[in-house]
Design a protein around this ligand. Structure first.
Ligand code: BG6
Length: 494
């Protein structure tokens, strides 16, 4: 995100954060606001209302915000008044989300802030709360006249998970849609806010080089790996209902797949891009037999002994929930027919990284490709850490011998942006405030993603498929390797 946008170009607004004392607000939202403030990317007339269930004074709530900035901001906390300017119009509001009368008090507070801070009735309601609260809060906002969109704007930001299967997502959507119109709804997938994910379309459509070879004639297969070293960290209760399939594949991984596989949109308008992404989701085919399910056992990660998933807090000792998924899927259309997309994601892996590998076809077995050892060309897109792209190709080794070696061309994002690139939530908050929803998911994207996931979940349920244990600190169990090796390929690890 370039610092070309002055704060004055954004409409005044109040950011109302539900779940203001929670983990997401502390780790991501306050640090993001702090950095947006430093980059002058907040509206000139701006207020923050932190809504939480605990009793807290404005001063205590502000002190907690400063602590989260110190702990989690990508830029160091300066302590200067200027950098804390975004808290100039700040209120903490205690609310039990199920106490209807309390919402009248919230409305009164927001209307009062409009007078004090010239916020003109514009609101962003950020629901950083557990998913079961999304619908009740939206209904109360509507019932108390806070969801209307007349003369001023109101937007609601909804964190994932959006439902836990297609049916529950449809129900949630119909409630939310009865309160806010589709264009007022911002469904977050924070991966879409990551710099390198935004770079995917630029890479594909702003270069002559890639588009002509971006198809089944030249690409052998695609791999997407999201590996994490963390376990479920205090989120056992949520994770027991989600598992890796719903937590990572349904959203982040399928979103990335759509950006890799989509056709060029007719223009860069939000709906044009979303239309193309939906076509990819509709073309996805998976044989549930080609999905591997694993669960971490005890092991060593980052030189620390860690417990098994079934020993984590608020996890059932006999749980069958997966912390690892590997799968093979196909995008059945003219561009991609026959090209497998392999995906894998897991917790308690040996290292944290998210990466896409585009593996090109080998040339015919004549000339240099007689030698089976010669590697195919690979385009590796590293989403994190050290976001960047590298292209691996073959070249002659200098010298008199005629040997060929793989070499690579590297682009590291930090070389352009400096080491401190904006966090995903900075970009996403900024986009909500300016009413730009291309980096958020439209309802039909969510719907088709659930259709895909439900096929797998139903199969697991019917077959009573066990989540096979892998040692923490490894790349999942042997079946994941078998899935790709049985096709004569292997996982790339960079
Ligand atoms: C979240 C998942 O959506 O993404 C977490 O709920 C996961 O389980 C996280 O750890 C990973 O995000 P990132 O940005 O750290 O790769």
């Amino acid at each position: 995100m370039q610092n070309t946008q002055q704060s004055s170009s954004l409409n005044p607004c109040i950011l109302v954060i539900f779940g203001a004392t929670g983990d997401l607000a502390g780790r991501k939202l306050y640090p993001a606001l702090y950095n947006l403030a430093q980059d002058q990317l907040l509206p000139e007339c701006f207020a923050v209302v932190a809504v939480g269930r605990k009793a807290k004074s404005n001063q205590d709530a502000q002190a907690d915000i400063i602590e989260s900035i110190k702990a989690f901001s990508r830029t160091e906390y300066t302590g200067s008044d200027e950098d804390l300017e975004f808290l100039k119009c700040f209120h903490y509001f205690q609310l039990d989300f199920y106490d209807s009368a309390g919402y009248a008090g919230l409305k009164k507070l927001l209307d009062g802030i409009d007078q004090q801070c010239q916020t003109e009735g514009n609101r962003v309601f950020f629901l950083a709360v557990a998913p079961e609260h999304f619908a009740p809060i939206a209904l109360e906002l509507k019932a108390h006249g806070m969801a209307h969109n007349q003369g001023s704007w109101q937007r609601v930001v909804i964190e994932k998970p959006f439902g836990h299967d297609l049916e529950s997502a449809q129900k949630l959507n119909s409630v939310i849609r009865s309160t806010f119109a589709e264009e007022q709804i911002y469904r977050i997938d924070h991966y879409l806010g990551k710099e390198m994910v935004q770079n995917l379309m630029v890479l594909r459509f702003a270069n002559t080089l890639f588009e002509p070879v971006w198809n089944n004639k030249y690409i052998d297969h695609v791999q997407i790996t999201f590996a994490e070293t963390v376990g479920v960290e205090g989120r056992g209760a949520y994770y027991e209902k989600a598992g890796a399939l719903r937590d990572m594949v349904q959203n982040h991984m399928l979103q990335l797949l759509t950006l890799i596989a989509m056709e060029p949109p007719v223009d860069l308008a939000t709906e044009s891009i979303r239309d193309e992404k939906v076509k990819v989701l509709r073309s996805l085919k998976v044989n549930p037999e080609n999905v591997v399910r694993g669960q971490y056992g005890p092991g060593v990660v980052d030189a620390q002994q860690v417990v098994a998933y079934n020993q984590e807090q608020r996890v059932a000792p006999d749980t069958n929930v997966e912390t690892f998924v590997a799968l093979k899927t196909y995008v059945e259309n003219f561009r991609w027919a026959g090209v497998p997309f392999y995906m894998r994601t897991g917790k308690r892996m040996p290292k944290k990284y998210s990466e896409i590998v585009i593996s090109f076809k080998k040339l015919p077995g004549v000339l240099y490709f007689r030698d089976e050892q010669l590697d195919p060309n690979l385009l590796v897109i590293r989403v994190q850490p050290d976001a960047g792209i590298f292209f691996k190709f073959n070249a002659k080794k200098p010298g008199t011998e005629h040997s060929i070696v793989p070499v690579s061309m590297d682009f590291s994002e930090s070389s352009l942006a400096g080491f401190n690139t904006p966090e995903a939530y900075e970009r996403l908050l900024f986009d909500v405030m300016r009413g730009e929803s291309a980096l958020f998911t439209r309802w039909d994207e969510v719907q088709y993603a659930w259709q895909f996931i439900d096929q797998i979940a139903r199969h697991w349920h019917a077959a009573n498929a066990p989540a096979v244990v892998y040692p923490a600190g490894s790349f999942g169990q042997a079946q994941a390797d078998y899935l790709i090796r049985s096709d004569g390929r292997e996982w790339h690890e960079y």
